[in-house]
Design a protein. Structure first.
Length: 137
């Protein structure tokens, strides 16, 4: 009878732990980028997350954006002494494409969400150090 009680208690404990874990949609972790191509992020010395298990946000990858600009360039002289290279300025207007260089680099510390029970991680952003105004390595 005592053995049956322990079995029932074990099943109840297991069900309670599973219920608690299932109430969390994700776990927050910090990893370190150990490779850029292919991307690999280490959670510790033995667990390295491969690129195909990592989803990136705009904060953790290079991406292109369009911006509207409307300004006049500063006066600049060209070279050679020819009239066409004389000091001048001109309008710079319209929609322009810009590449945002947010790709992860080796040594970056990264905030990660791990899906509960899953093998997929979302790289949210770099760990920010407010004392230096930059990422920590």
């Amino acid at each position: 009878m005592d053995n049956d009680f322990n079995k029932i208690l074990s099943v109840i404990k297991s069900a309670a732990v599973t219920a608690v874990e299932n109430t969390k949609p994700a776990t927050m972790l910090i990893g370190v980028v150990v490779s850029e191509a292919p991307l690999e992020i280490a959670l510790d010395s033995t667990l390295i997350i491969p690129e195909d298990h990592i989803m990136l946000t705009k904060n953790t990858c290079e991406w292109t954006m369009e911006m509207s600009v409307d300004h006049v360039t500063e006066n600049r002289a060209g070279g050679g002494g020819d009239a066409e290279f004389a000091s001048h300025n001109h309008d710079y207007k319209g929609r322009k494409k810009y590449l945002v260089h947010n790709g992860l680099k080796v040594g970056d510390k990264v905030w990660l969400f791990q899906e509960t029970g899953g093998q997929r991680y979302i790289a949210i952003d770099r760990v920010y150090n407010p004392n230096t105004g930059c990422t920590t390595k």
